[in-house]
Design a binder for this molecule. Structure first.
Ligand code: SF4
Length: 304
């Protein structure tokens, strides 16, 4: 039996030889896994006096090799669209003037910034409820009329349906929206102290509020980015640029697909960027590809 068995092994005794033999085997396995680079550095210590140093080199080599392999694996698993950074930069450049309808009349521009915080939040929610299937110009005009009338929870609850309908007309689906606004406002009064809920889960439980709206409300009203607000523009352009791994059928599918790879610090900006880009250049019908900086790197560009 080796005398060194009862104390911690050192290189040079039989414990050390055992460690180096094990490391030698591990080095061989790691080298096979990580390729020729690891093989060239995974030297098994010999009988020379530099054994300790070589063991350290071996550890470093193994750790480096394993770290590199893990990084490669994670990159291989993480899908992202080709050219997306360049496409995004081009869209930023095309949106530099901030002169799309959304820039002047979007939900961020429709509330009274001098109102108490809970009133501002209520107005953000209402402008987003009005905005679905409606042009920004029409939503903005309706919000102006509502604010002149008095856009608070109490005031809306005291407003009869006919008057409320006249105030929001002609936003898309105005009759349904009038009903949803009344129901939602009553819930806010009864359950949230005339404020709006501060979670997506509670927001989507309100009548007439879907996931897209909820994430935008969280971002604009609560300054909390919880997800990407995907409307028809974001949905369409993401599919044209192939920013989704496979074609998506609904905005909600697109949201999930985008959130899978798009860095989180871009989630808020992407809605604003793509909505304006869709209003001005990448329009639903007849996109203006000839004016688009992405025309050479866009899979959907029309070459005319
Ligand atoms: S090239 Fe055409 S389809 Fe592609 S992003 Fe530009 S406008 Fe849209």
């Amino acid at each position: 039996m080796c005398a060194a068995a009862s104390r911690p092994p050192r290189s040079g005794d039989c414990g050390g030889r055992m460690v180096t033999r094990q490391l030698g085997r591990a080095a061989g396995e790691a080298a096979a896994a990580i390729g020729s680079r690891a093989q060239s550095t995974a030297t098994v210590p010999s009988k020379s006096s530099r054994k300790g140093k070589k063991v350290n080199v071996l550890y470093d080599s193994l750790e480096r090799g394993i770290a590199e392999k893990e990084e490669t694996d994670s990159k291989r698993l993480k899908w992202e669209p080709g050219n997306w950074r360049q496409q995004l930069e081009n869209i930023r450049e095309m949106r530099r003037n901030k002169d799309a309808p959304v820039d002047q009349m979007g939900a961020e521009k429709c509330f009274d910034s001098s109102a108490p915080p809970e009133v501002m939040r209520y107005q953000v929610l209402l402008s987003l409820m009005l905005s679905s299937q409606t042009k920004d110009q029409v939503t903005s005009a309706a919000m102006l009329r509502l604010r002149e009338h008095g856009l608070t929870v109490d005031n809306v609850l005291q407003t009869d349906d006919v008057t409320l309908g006249q105030l929001i007309y002609p936003v898309g689906f105005w009759k349904n929206k009038m009903k949803y606004i009344k129901q939602t406002t009553a819930i806010l009064k009864q359950q949230y102290g005339s404020d709006i809920p501060s979670t997506v889960k509670e927001l989507v439980n309100l009548p007439g509020v879907g996931p897209k709206m909820a994430h935008l409300v969280m971002d604009i009203a609560w300054k909390n980015v919880t997800g990407i607000g995907v409307d028809t523009h974001v949905h369409r352009i993401s599919n044209r640029l192939k920013w989704v791994k496979k074609e998506t059928k609904t905005p909600e599918e697109t949201r999930v697909a985008l959130e899978d790879w798009l860095p989180r610090d871009l989630w808020s900006e992407i809605n604003w960027l793509l909505v304006g880009f869709g209003q001005q250049i990448c329009q639903p019908v007849n996109p203006r590809c000839r004016e688009c900086l992405n025309r050479h790197i866009c899979p959907a560009a029309t070459r005319c």
